[in-house]
Design a protein around this ligand. Structure first.
Ligand code: COA
Ligand code: AMP
Length: 644
């Protein structure tokens, strides 16, 4: 019998200490907490203060000790290398303990940072858990980021060791990781003491004598390392995410609150029990990968799937169904963009019918707004509930979800309303606020904010940047966490997340900063001024589009300059930015105070109606912009200025 959402949610808000204190019994503690919630320093709150635990112990060892050692913990399915492997909880614990020994031999201890720059191989999961075992803090950097982005992260978190691999595989292209790593270390001011390199058979890397260690050779020599207990409030990891500037934000995750919230979410949100198979088709470089490939399923004693491939092209749009059937996956979690790609290649779902999907109960989508056509297509094709849920790197787990482990009305989950991830999850008090901090009327758009304290597992701060944390998230709406998203809440309490309010765009479920791209464009010799916006894209949700104003006297061919800036963004930020197009314009539309009207440019590019900004410097520029956009295939309908 499932518990009632209404009761559970109300009690999580009325008595957070009682609610989460009870949930925390799902975790094995080395020392109990003295306070469930430390409220002594608002607006900063800490969960399970005084408590001690080890996250790796909770993810692996305790399951082995409880008799689950023979159950498969991790399945690696890699169509790009034609490999399928699996490891039991016992085997994974031993592997992780041994690699923790490698790191310990290199001097890594509690509180030290370790950067992981890894493709989607099981060794990446092992390295993350090995850090957790030692009480060290990992920071995984997504493989699609360029050397410069890696260098910025190296300088910010100052790792003692970097763990990487010789290469990654993108469909049928080998990406050499090691030159990127070497380039990043050359660029960074901070130099790691050592790098441990996994030599993949597809391409071997050149090693730097004295600094680089071979993963396998080190494993041969190492002894297993035990778990080191840490404070519940000690950091487990740092994960960098895009902000409004080129300097990424280092989101900190603690050990105690994270273990409690994530372990609980497997049942409460995903309705997955110990021993069942859960698959998050994401990347360990993103928060979804941290939370739902690695930590949550293992904390809850489930089997997790690590997929090295793409939804299409590895080898076809049937790969998701093959994996679900072969590994008896109960729940799949991915981004809507993956479904748009599958639908494009297999619109009638013919490949779906080739497989026995009887194990499959629920599809979860997140990472970007779930457009209703994609939701409806997935519902029709799969005939299972399709559950959109909303969360962020900062929160680590869902803010709003249709909690499948609870009952809504009449013993069932809540009905799905297309375009809404449903209702606030446990411990979340979500409100749509006006600029003055008051709640807007139901149905009106406001800044989506969450009343403090946030539930456990959410970011307590930014790495070495408490002031930035306060400024970015807490100052604008005192007493609330500002999500950076705008949306509305309807009469039934369903939350609709509509758009970002800052310069963050979402490309194929990847969060990117247009500000960071502008910094790269502005560095080009011929560029006087620039702007980057995100424009709607059928497949990727949004794609970036650059606008360049050239310096006076530059008369080189525009295509040449555009090619150069495209290459520059790829080189500085990485292929993941998917920056493929820029337009040369005479001038940029601005307010009289000089602010570039990016939102207006976006509306023009997307053929949307817009209100002429009252403070615009020179309205004629909008016509010029529309003309330039038309030349590039956008703004086909010209200017659609709203009346009044
Ligand atoms: N290492 C190196 N390069 C990488 C990379 C990695 N780990 N990941 C992506 N890239 C490159 C790609 O090769 C591509 O380069 P290209 O422009 O030269 O072709 C570029 O970065 C963009 O990659 P991607 O966004 O993956 O686009 P795609 O066209 O290759 O694939 C999708 C499109 C929809 C299939 C893919 O984006 C996808 O699976 N998205 C799901 C996202 C997701 O899981 N998000 C997590 C939230 S749940
Ligand atoms: P990230 O930190 O990369 O997970 O990106 C978080 C951002 O992605 C959010 O702030 C939203 O803008 C967007 N997002 C994530 N999930 C959803 C969703 N279910 N609906 C709408 N937007 C989403």
């Amino acid at each position: 019998m499932k518990l009632l959402y209404a009761h559970q949610h109300a009690s999580s808000l009325r008595d957070p200490e009682g609610y989460w204190g009870e949930v925390a019994k799902k975790i094995t503690w080395a020392r109990p907490w003295t306070r469930v919630l430390d409220t002594s320093r608002p607006p900063f709150y800490r969960w399970f203060a005084g408590g001690e635990l080890n996250t790796c112990y909770n993810a692996l060892d305790r399951h082995v000790e409880a008799g689950r050692g023979g159950q498969v913990a991790l399945i690696y399915d890699s169509p790009v290398t034609n490999t399928i492997g699996s490891w039991t909880y016992g085997e994974l614990r031993d592997w992780v303990a041994r690699f923790a020994g490698v790191l310990a031999d290199l001097g890594v201890a509690k509180g030290d940072r370790v950067i992981l720059y890894m493709p989607m191989v099981p060794d990446a999961v092992v390295a993350m858990l090995a850090c957790a075992r030692l009480g060290a803090i990992h920071s995984v950097v997504f493989g699609g980021f360029a050397a410069n982005e890696l260098a910025v992260r190296i300088d910010d978190c100052q790792p003692k060791v970097i763990v990487s691999a010789s290469c990654g595989i993108e469909v049928n292209r080998i990406i050499a990781y090691k030159p990127l790593l070497d380039g990043a270390i050359a660029l960074a001011r901070h130099k790691p003491g050592a790098c441990v390199i996994l030599q993949r058979p597809q391409q071997k890397a050149e090693m730097v004598a004295g600094r680089d260690r071979d993963w396998d050779a080190e494993m041969q020599k190492a002894k297993s390392a035990p778990c080191t207990n840490v404070a519940a409030t000690d950091p487990l990891y740092i994960l960098y995410t895009s902000g409004t500037t080129g300097q990424p934000k280092g989101v900190v995750r603690d050990n105690g609150g994270h273990a409690v919230a994530l372990c609980d979410s497997m049942k409460t949100i995903y309705d997955v029990e110990p021993g069942e198979v859960f698959w998050a088709a994401s990347d360990v470089g993103w928060v979804v990968g941290h939370s739902y490939i690695v930590y949550a399923p293992l904390l809850a004693g489930c089997t997790t799937v690590l997929f090295e491939g793409k939804p299409v092209g590895t080898p076809d749009a049937g790969v998701f169904w093959r994996i679900i059937a072969q590994h008896k996956v109960k729940a799949l979690f991915t981004a809507p963009t993956a479904f748009r790609a599958i639908r494009r290649d297999d619109p009638k779902g013919e490949l779906i019918r080739k497989y026995d999907l009887s194990s499959f109960k629920t599809l979860f989508l997140a990472g970007e707004r779930c457009d209703p056509p994609t939701l409806q297509w997935a519902q029709e094709m799969l005939k299972v509930p399709v559950i959109d849920h909303w969360w962020q790197t900062e929160t680590g787990w869902s803010i709003v979800a249709n909690c499948m482990g609870l009952q809504g009305d009449g013993g069932k989950p809540f009905p799905v309303k297309p375009g809404s991830p449903t209702k606030a999850a446990m411990g979340w008090d979500v409100q749509a606020l006006a600029a003055d901090g008051t709640e807007v009327k139901r149905g009106d758009i406001g800044a989506l904010c969450c009343k403090l304290p946030l539930p456990p597992g959410t970011l307590p701060t930014l790495w070495n940047a408490e002031e930035r944390f306060r400024k970015a998230y807490l100052d604008d709406f005192p007493g609330y966490y500002k999500t950076g998203d705008a949306g509305y809440i309807d009469e039934d309490g369903y939350v609709f997340v509509m758009t970002r309010v800052d310069d963050v765009i979402n490309v194929a479920g990847h969060r990117l900063s247009t500000g960071a791209m502008e910094e790269v464009l502005a560095a080009h010799n011929d560029v006087a001024e620039c702007a980057v916006i995100g424009v709607a894209d059928e497949m990727k949700g949004q794609v970036p589009l650059g606008f360049l104003v050239l310096k006076a006297g530059v008369n080189r061919p525009h295509e040449e300059i555009v090619r150069e800036v495209v290459a520059l963004v790829r080189q500085r930020i990485g292929p993941v930015a998917f920056f493929k197009q820029a337009i040369v314009v005479k001038r940029l539309p601005k307010t009289r105070s000089g602010k570039i009207l990016r939102a207006t440019m976006q509306r023009i590019a997307e053929n949307q109606e817009f209100k002429q900004p009252a403070t615009i410097d020179d309205p004629a520029i909008l016509g010029e912009i529309a003309e330039s956009l038309q030349g590039a295939g956008y703004a086909r309908e010209g200017l659609k200025v709203a009346a009044g």
